[in-house]
Design a protein. Structure first.
Length: 133
């Protein structure tokens, strides 16, 4: 199901959206100050391209002072707009039964879009392996 969902997602806008995040991240990386934000934007772009079969996982050091400061700066400049976009598209897709799986992916991306520092999207298989070990 994840493969089919990701293919449909890519065809109907996921590729273009993810590419936009990646290009924006690369442009942020042109400045020294923007590098941490550019890396998070690229991470968000990759997550946007293939969201099916992945879950949001907080890092052990997600609440460190530096990550909190970066998240506040991110929310002020970039995160609120990206999160609102994912929320809006998720609500629109949730109006139809066919769109519900895609709405769920948009709602998952809201979390990463609003607070990207200290959170990752990891595959469900990798999470199950680490939990069983």
């Amino acid at each position: 199901m994840s493969l089919l969902g990701n293919i449909i997602w890519l065809v109907f806008g996921g590729f273009v959206s993810g590419l936009g995040y990646i290009l924006g991240g690369l442009s942020l990386c042109l400045t020294i100050v923007g590098i941490p934000f550019g890396v998070q934007s690229i991470k968000l772009g990759i997550a946007t391209m293939l969201p099916f079969g992945k879950e949001v996982v907080p890092r052990p050091d997600a609440d460190s002072l530096l990550r909190v400061i970066f998240n506040v700066i991110w929310v002020a400049f970039f995160g609120w707009g990206i999160a609102l976009s994912h929320l809006f598209h998720g609500l629109i897709l949730a109006l139809t039964i066919v769109g519900l799986p895609f709405a769920k992916q948009h709602f998952k991306l809201v979390i990463v879009a609003i607070l990207p520092f200290g959170r990752n999207l990891e595959s469900v298989e990798a999470l199950e392996k680490t939990q069983s070990a």
